[in-house]
Design a protein around this ligand. Structure first.
Ligand SMILES: NC(=O)c1ccc[n+]([C@@H]2O[C@H](COP(=O)([O-])OP(=O)(O)OC[C@H]3O[C@@H](n4cnc5c(N)ncnc54)[C@H](O)[C@@H]3O)[C@@H](O)[C@H]2O)c1
Length: 251
């Protein structure tokens, strides 16, 4: 399904899942405004993006930088935004008792507050989008608990809750808001979590064993769901949460 002339904003666009989302949107005829702190990753993404990726290097944990990038983004958008995907996120794997204030603060600022600030700023151009949609990326860990992820779970639970509330508030504007909860997806984030384990290969195998479908997810598995939710075939879906996790949270 092509959505010609669609203006799309994706945060964390240079990462594993964000890159797949960006390329899926480009494949559907979208122009993607790609936000990430990884400037080199943005350069690579632009090279892959068929001339349809506009890069914005920004640390979303830094409020003045977020404000500056939003000013630039609003100046470049043609008064209209059709799709916003709040995907940027970080994780810290640490027992709750040892979680530092800095880690709590980073998780909250990057995973929750940055997405809310971006969304708030883009509401005026979203309101004039043809069939506007917001897709927020939470996590399986918004739905279930796992040792070492208490603060991360809290941030992703907040994503789920604010998304659902926003869907109700924006329904009269016809802006749809949905949440995707990925299971373990084979990306640099997950790999970094295996690398710090005593036995990374065993950690990877152990994670795969938790997934009924017997494999890690691919970034394209998430991108396919995001593209569906952002597109016209999902035009009666809002305020909903979708686990894309190989059945992990259904156990
Ligand atoms: N990979 C998984 O198993 C998994 C599972 C559940 C949820 N998620 C969520 O999916 C999203 C994408 O994760 P991923 O696996 O692709 O991770 P990733 O680390 O591969 O990509 C994340 C991207 O976000 C960017 N980013 C992080 N902090 C930023 C900041 N302060 N400012 C700007 N950009 C920043 C990174 O540079 C990176 O490009 C995250 O929200 C993550 O929590 C991932």
């Amino acid at each position: 399904m092509a959505w010609l002339n669609c203006e799309v904003v994706v945060s964390g666009a240079a990462g594993g899942i964000g890159r797949a989302i960006t390329l899926a949107m480009v494949a559907r005829g979208g122009r993607v405004h790609a936000l990430d702190r990884d400037a080199d990753g943005l350069v690579r993404l632009v090279a892959e993006g068929q001339g349809q990726v506009v890069p914005y290097a920004v640390d979303l944990g830094d409020t003045p930088q977020v404000d500056a990038v939003l000013t630039r983004l609003l100046a470049i958008l043609p008064g209209r935004c059709d799709v916003l995907v709040n995907n940027a996120g970080i994780s810290h794997v640490v027992p709750f008792a040892e979680t530092s204030d800095t880690q709590l603060d980073q998780l909250w600022r990057i995973n929750v507050l940055a997405a809310m600030r971006i969304t708030r700023a883009l509401l005026p151009p979203l309101r004039v989008g043809a069939s506007p949609a917001i897709v927020n990326i939470a996590s399986e860990l918004a739905l279930v608990g796992q040792p070492g992820y208490v603060a991360y779970s809290a941030s992703k639970g907040a994503v789920l809750a604010w998304s659902r509330a926003l869907a109700i508030e924006l329904a009269t504007d016809r802006i749809r808001v949905n949440t995707v909860c990925p299971g373990p997806i084979d990306t640099p984030m997950l790999d970094a979590e295996f690398v710090i384990a005593d036995n990374p290969a065993a950690a990877r195998a152990g994670e795969i064993a938790t997934v009924p479908l017997g494999r890690l997810g691919r970034p394209t598995d998430i991108a396919a769901m995001v593209a569906f939710l952002a597109g016209p075939d999902a035009n009666f879906i809002t305020g909903a949460t979708f686990a894309v996790d190989g059945g992990k949270t259904a156990r």
